[in-house]
Design a protein around this ligand. Structure first.
Ligand SMILES: *Cc1c(COP(=O)(O)O)cnc(C)c1O
Length: 391
């Protein structure tokens, strides 16, 4: 084959390392082996002294990587089309690595008002205890970005957690770069599939691999990637100093899920859009916050910058519907379960209080559409609405 395959094909093919590992003893399979270690043994003192922990083709200590963790890092870098990816024990740990690697006392980080809540809480903790400045911006008003001389980092999350505003990452990155400010993007929703945050200007991307990349509702993991060697060095050094490592078993679970995560993402996208359109026609629903629907703030940016949508979206109920009614609706769902996180096979629904952002509206419910038949999911929502919401 002379043409270079696309990165989605390369992702599925076993990598060179897996093949050479397995071919040595006349056993060849499509699955990479799993390597575990705390101690890495050196053949002699000279190689112990010469081994460079920063070099990703060398090994010196279990916490700093095994062939299994490096295999997953390479696949993630391939998806993002960048040089470097690091693994972390959760998505939130990926957020904290970026903050701790980049921010110094007196420097400022800008977060969107709709940021993933635990990440915003971490920034507030750093502000209170370590003298880092934190400010929040409206992701729908890039021109009003409160950039100051001490701003070091602009955090972008698009669409925003829970309320789903789609931010103009391209414009935000232009404004930040004009002032020498670094841009980090939480790309969990787009998952490396619906948008490439680096192509739109992000210097650093992070994801909760806990979601679609795990796909099984059973692994916690995060990643941080970048194409910039100097930024990678900074991140890698802090990663090492904080003692952040992931288990090879968990990596193996993610490696097993990765070849089909894009197909799941695209199939679930179609199902979620069907449910979102159905919900938009129900009299009790005020607004459907799905980036692919015109009712979602920032929809035009989604049309321009995304090629697909995650199966995670929210609805706002009409103001006359009580919170007790909405809670009863969520509990009356049979196929949708109540729980945080998402990305697995099973559908989820959860109520959120967003009256700070939508004071005039009724409550919000966030839906995660899994792999079930979408018509069964619609029927489930229909029976739960009929049972609990009189409209
Ligand atoms: C889930 C999530 C995180 C955190 O990931 P965990 O693995 O649960 O720590 C961060 N950002 C976004 C947008 C998320 O959805």
């Amino acid at each position: 084959m002379s043409n270079k395959p696309s990165s989605w094909t390369a992702l599925i093919q076993p990598d060179e390392l897996a093949q050479s590992d397995n071919c040595t003893s006349h056993f060849s399979s499509l699955v990479g082996s799993m390597e575990r270690a705390s101690t890495v043994v050196f053949p002699d003192v000279k190689s112990m002294r010469e081994r460079d922990w920063r070099n990703k083709s060398q090994y010196s200590y279990g916490l700093l990587g095994t062939p299994t963790t490096r295999r997953l890092e390479r696949k993630l870098a391939l998806i993002d089309n960048v040089k470097h990816a690091l693994l972390l024990p959760s998505g939130l740990a990926a957020v904290s690595l970026i903050f701790l690697a980049l921010l110094k006392t007196g420097e400022r980080v800008l977060l969107p008002r709709n940021a993933y809540q635990p990440g915003a809480d971490l920034a507030r903790m750093l502000a209170g205890r370590f003298g880092i400045e934190v400010d929040f911006y409206d992701p729908l008003q890039p021109e009003a970005l409160p950039l100051t001389a001490n701003t070091r980092l602009l955090w972008v999350e698009t669409p925003g957690s829970v309320t789903m505003e789609v931010a103009d990452l391209k414009r935000l990155a232009e404004l930040a770069h004009a002032r020498g400010v670094l841009v980090a993007a939480d790309a969990t929703w787009s998952a490396g599939i619906a948008q490439n945050v680096f192509a739109l200007g992000a210097d650093i991307g992070m994801q909760a691999l806990t979601k679609y990349q795990s796909g099984g509702s059973d692994v916690m993991m995060g990643s941080v990637s970048t194409d910039d060697d100097a930024l990678h060095e900074l991140l890698l050094k802090t990663h090492m100093q904080l003692g952040l490592g992931v288990s090879p078993e968990d990596c193996q679970l993610v490696l097993r899920s990765l070849p089909h995560y894009r197909l799941r993402y695209l199939a679930q996208d179609a199902s979620a859009r069907k449910l979102a359109h159905w919900l938009a026609a129900q009299p009790c629903i005020e607004l459907v916050l799905h980036p692919a629907l015109p009712s979602c703030p920032g929809h035009v940016v989604w049309q321009r910058d995304f090629t697909a949508a995650a199966s995670l979206f929210s609805v706002l109920f009409k103001p006359e519907i009580s919170q007790a009614g909405i809670d009863a609706f969520v509990e009356a769902l049979a196929l949708f379960h109540i729980g945080y996180s998402w990305g697995g096979a099973v559908s989820l629904a959860i109520p959120y209080d967003v009256h700070d952002r939508y004071p005039q509206s009724g409550g919000l419910v966030r839906f995660y559409v899994g792999l079930e038949e979408v018509d069964d999911l619609i029927a489930d929502v229909q029976q739960a609405l009929a049972k609990t919401i009189d409209m």
